[in-house]
Each structure stands twice: as C-alpha cells, then as structure tokens.
Ligand binder design. Structure first.
Ligand SMILES: Nc1ncnc2c1ncn2[C@@H]1O[C@H](COP(=O)(O)OP(=O)(O)OP(=O)(O)O)[C@@H](O)[C@H]1O
Length: 574
C-alpha cells in the first residue's frame, strides 16, 4: 500500500499541515481534563468563582482551538483523499489503456472495473482515516502519561487494562482479517454476474433464463452478504467487549480512587480528570482497532491495484520504432503461428500470404478457424509466436503502435459504438474529419438514408453501445467510422453479415471506388461477398486450406467447394 502512497507527493504540504493540526488537536484534548481538575480542586472546592470563570473561559478557548484544528484538518484531508483517489484512478486507467488483449483476458473486465472503483475507494478510505492514525496513538500515549502524572498508583490499574483490551482486539482481528480480504474477491463475483446480466439482457429474456440468472446473482449476492455479515458480527462484538472491559476498569478506578481520596492521597478533580483520560485511552484504542481492521482490507485492495499496475504489456512501441508515411501499404504474413495462453492447439499455424494495395484479399473459413485471430495479429492486439507480419516492408514490432494502427481502418465483427451523436461516432475514426467527410463516409457506407430518417440526423444521440440501432445500422456506422480514417489498409471482420444482400452489394460497389488504392482485407462468411476478390484465403483449423481466386479454388480446394456448395445455387456458382 505504501507504494501507492507515492501518489501523495503532490499533497505533501497538505499532509504536513494535517499532521501538525491533528497533533495540536490531540494535545488540546489531553490538556482539557487537567484544566477540569484544576477548576474542581481549586475553584469548586474552595468556592473561588472568579477562578472557575477564568479557567472555564480558558477551557472553552482550548476546546475551540481544538475544534478549529479539526475543521481545517478535515477539509484538507477531504481534498487530499479525493485528489489521491482521482490521481490513482487516472494512473490505473492510463495503465490499463496500454494493455494488450492478453492482459484483459488474464484479469477479466469485471475485475478491472472493481479494481478501478471499489478497490481504489478502499485505499482512499485509509487516507480519510489519516486523522485517526495521528490522533489515536498520540491520545493513547499522551493519555497514559497524563494519567500517570495525575496519579501513578491509579495509573497501574489503567495500564493493566490495556493489555487485556489489546488481547481482545488481537483475537477479534485474527478472525476478521481473512474475511476482509475475501470481501473484495466476492465483490468481483457480484460484478461479473451483474455485468454479464446487463450486457446479455436480451438473450436472457429471449431464452427465458431470467430466473436462472436471478439465482446466479442471488448466489453471488448471498455469498458476499454472508461474509459481510460475519465481518459485521465481529465488528459488532468488539464494541461491547471493549465497553465491558473498560466499564469494569472504571469501577475499579472509582473504587480505588475513592480509597485514595479518603486517605487524602488524591483530590476529587484529579479523579475526574483521570476518568476522562481513561476514556480518551479507551477511545484511542477503539480507533486503533478500526485502523487495524481497515488497513488489511485496504492493503488487500492495494495488492489488487498493484497487480494491475505491475502487469506490463509486452506489446508496445520499441524505442527506435518507426512511423510510416507512405500512401500504400502491402501486408505480408510469413510463416505466422500463434496460440492463446493455455490453449492446446495453436489458433494460427504456419500462415503465409500477401495482401497487395489496390487488391481485395478475402478470408473465409468455418467458425473458429482463426479468421478474427489473424486480424487481431495484424492489428498487433497480440504478438505472433513465430514467423513475422510485414507491413509496407517493415516488421510489425519495428513500427510505432500508433503509426501501425493509423494505417488500418478496422471494422470489428461486433460493431462497438459509443454513447454520443452519430457524427461523434463516425468522427471517432479521425478527429479532424469535417462534416462533409463524415457525410461522405456515411453515404459510402450506405448509412446516409437511415441517418436522414432519424429525427436529428447526424446529431441524433446514440444510447450506450448504440442499442437504439439495428445490427445492420450499427455495422454501417462502424464501416463509415473506418472509411473516414482514409487508411492505407481496410480490415473488415465479417462486417457485412448483418446486411441484406442488396445493401451488401451496394456497399461493396461504393467501397470499390472509394478504396481503389487501399489494401483490402475482408473476412466473410458469405461466399457472395468475396467471390470477386483478387485472392481468397480459405482457412481451416488455423491453417491455409487453399489460396487463389474463386475460379481457382473451385477447381483445387475441396474445403472451398464445400462452403460454396452449402451457400450458392448452381446458377450462382457458374
Ligand atoms: N481470447 C481468446 N482466448 C483463448 N482462445 C481464443 C480466444 N479467442 C479465440 N480463441 C480460440 O481461437 C480459435 C480461433 O478463434 P477465432 O475467433 O480467430 O475464429 P474465427 O474464425 O474468427 O471464428 P468466427 O467465424 O466464429 O468468428 C478458436 O478455437 C477459439 O476458441
């Protein structure tokens, strides 16, 4: 956790001020019972009213001073803690942005969300409690010293209570700590079910699985609740136990104090002050228990945050990485192989092909044959295991990541849109795109008509993830987004699947003129989409089963013939 506290550096001045103010406040608190003892022993016992008024006013002043210290310290603390939380969230978010898909696969999206929100809140809470860190030990040590100063004999009673309380606290904590750690993992569990539920709500409803999902959530919720209840029971038992020990201690102090007053060895005011010191000691021990309880939970969270921060993506731009500035870019795969971590079979095996500028290279194959993986390798979401991918004569790792991705207009299999207007979503492809360029891209992508039908046209606001659009509309906006980028390479990952045949054909003919000079890589399930391609690559279980034009493959590739036969009529094949 201390590693994370390095982020407190910009708040150094505030932290020093908070520590000073809290020390002053604790000292004032420790001084008050002594003042009270003086008022009672001198003022009340002797009936000296001016003394009582003078010291009463003095006491009020000290108490007000302490209050001012607390108010300023609390204000500074609130600012420091929220600033720290903001900085940590920013650091984590920026770091996660640099992850490759490997790291996302490893940590899981739900866990990353919990870590960026709940876990950071736990650590932030420790900063909020900083007041206690300073106040509690000062009050404990100061209280013992002041109590001893008031009456050393009586202080022995008090000091003997402290180890009893400490043993009780340690016992309770030993039970509580593992539970605190477990709580964070269980929140991950709830988030996972919740996230899946919210994103898959349509499928859940359509398959009447609401009850099943409810049970799943109930299970995760109950699991968390049970642990939380256990934690709270432990916390709840702590207070009465501490109060019991303390009250018994007070009884002993009162009895023994009475004996000492009787014997004229102690004054009544001193006994009153003594009891106040005992209360301060007790309160500070309670605060310290809270701190000890909180720190393990926060440090469990800190470990989870540090885990994310320590994870370094090995996909980044090398120091000497180059930028590309050519107008065309050929793509070449040379004996590329790749396996996902933990997978038994490689997803891509010894893959070699060239995709030339001004040509269409199509990839077809059954589900799970490695089409999307191939695209992800080209975008360098993952690094190849062996072989190399060459773009415009440069191996991918020698290129700046930004420059590599700048070359590519990527339309993913599942069109991901963002909350914002239609224009914002298309402009996502290139921030500097003008309104005319956006409209032109939309027209080419066959999206202009449905955008015109929307009440506010390009300014129509899309719901989160574009849920207020149809699948085909989403795909066309994703295509417009790639077109507006005017890249050298277009990658369409099964991007025409949600389009009807007519729109598919219209889109492809519009694309032809728009992307004449570009290298086109089209992954498709439908043969009709790619029949005219200059080169069709047939993938089967991560390997090339055939490569050539439609007519070549019809003669030579059995896998392709099978796919064609299952989709086209005799006439279309001819
Ligand atoms: N993130 C991942 N982690 C582990 N294995 C994966 C991952 N993504 C894909 N795979 C596996 O890699 C293989 C190739 O998957 P890929 O998504 O490339 O196939 P595809 O040809 O695009 O399929 P589809 O047409 O169904 O989209 C599959 O066996 C799949 O199970």
């Amino acid at each position: 956790m201390f590693k994370l506290f390095r982020l407190l550096k910009p708040y150094k001045a505030s932290v020093v001020a908070i520590i000073t103010l809290m020390l002053l406040q604790s000292l004032a608190q420790l001084y008050l019972p002594t003042l009270l003892a003086d008022i009672v022993d001198v003022g009340v016992v002797k009936g000296d009213i001016p003394y009582i008024l003078r010291f009463g006013a003095y006491m009020l002043l000290v108490a007000m001073g302490a209050m001012v210290c607390v108010i300023i310290a609390s204000y500074l603390l609130a600012r420091t803690a929220t600033g720290f939380g903001r900085d940590l969230r920013r650091t984590l978010f920026t770091h996660v942005e640099s992850f490759s898909l490997h790291e996302f696969d490893k940590l899981g999206t739900s866990s990353l969300i919990t870590r960026t929100t709940n876990d950071i809140a736990q650590v932030q809470q420790v900063i909020v409690m900083m007041r206690m860190f300073i106040g509690a030990p000062t009050m404990l040590v100061g209280g013992v010293i002041m109590a001893t100063y008031k009456d050393a004999h009586l202080a022995i009673v008090l000091i003997s209570i402290i180890p009893i309380l400490a043993i009780a606290i340690i016992g309770i904590m030993r039970k509580g700590l593992p539970l605190f750690k477990a709580l964070q993992v269980k929140i991950d569990g709830i988030n996972l079910v919740l996230r899946e539920n919210l994103t898959g709500i349509r499928v859940i409803r359509a398959f009447n699985r609401s009850e099943h999902e409810k049970r799943k959530f109930e299970k995760a919720n109950l699991d968390y609740t049970k642990t939380a209840v256990k934690v709270n029971v432990i916390m709840a038992t702590m207070m009465p136990i501490m109060m019991l020990v303390f009250n018994l201690g007070v009884v002993v102090i009162l009895w023994y104090g009475g004996v000492r007053i009787d014997a004229n060895q102690m004054q009544i005011g001193d006994l009153m002050a003594f009891i106040q010191y005992a209360m301060q000691i007790m309160f500070s021990m309670f605060m310290m228990t809270m701190i000890f309880m909180m720190i393990p939970r926060a440090s469990a969270s800190a470990v989870r945050i540090n885990e994310v921060l320590a994870l370094q993506s090995n996909i980044h731009s090398a120091e000497m990485a180059k930028s590309l500035d050519s107008n065309q870019a050929a793509v070449e795969f040379k004996h590329v192989s790749f396996s996902y971590p933990g997978a038994e079979q490689p997803a891509i095996r010894d893959l070699s092909f060239r995709a030339e500028p001004g040509e269409v290279t199509a990839i077809i194959g059954g589900t799970g044959s490695g089409k999307t993986t191939l695209i992800h390798l080209l975008l360098r979401f993952y690094d190849v295991e062996s072989g190399s991918i060459i773009l415009d004569g440069h191996q991918l790792p020698t290129l700046k990541l930004e420059s590599l991705r700048q070359q590519i207009g990527y339309v993913p299999q599942k069109a991901a849109l963002f909350s914002g207007t239609v224009a914002d979503n298309i402009r996502f492809g290139r921030e500097t795109a003008t309104d005319e360029e956006i409209m032109h891209a939309a027209t080419t992508a066959q999206a202009a008509d449905f955008i015109a039908e929307m009440k506010e046209g390009y300014q129509a606001v899309l719901a989160q993830g574009g849920t207020n659009l149809s699948g085909g509309q989403k795909q066309r906006l994703a295509i417009a987004r790639a077109l507006v980028r005017k890249p050298n390479i277009y990658v369409f990952d099964d991007s025409f699947s949600a389009l009807d045949f007519k729109t598919d054909a219209k889109l492809r003919s519009a694309l032809k003129t728009e992307t004449e000079q570009a290298t086109m890589i089209i992954v498709a399930q439908r043969v009709s989409t790619i029949m005219d391609a200059n080169r069709i690559i047939v993938l089967e279980e991560g390997q090339i089963a055939g490569i050539g034009t439609h007519s070549d493959l019809m003669k030579t590739c059995a896998v392709y013939q099978e796919i064609v036969a299952s989709q086209l009529s005799e006439e279309e094949i001819a």
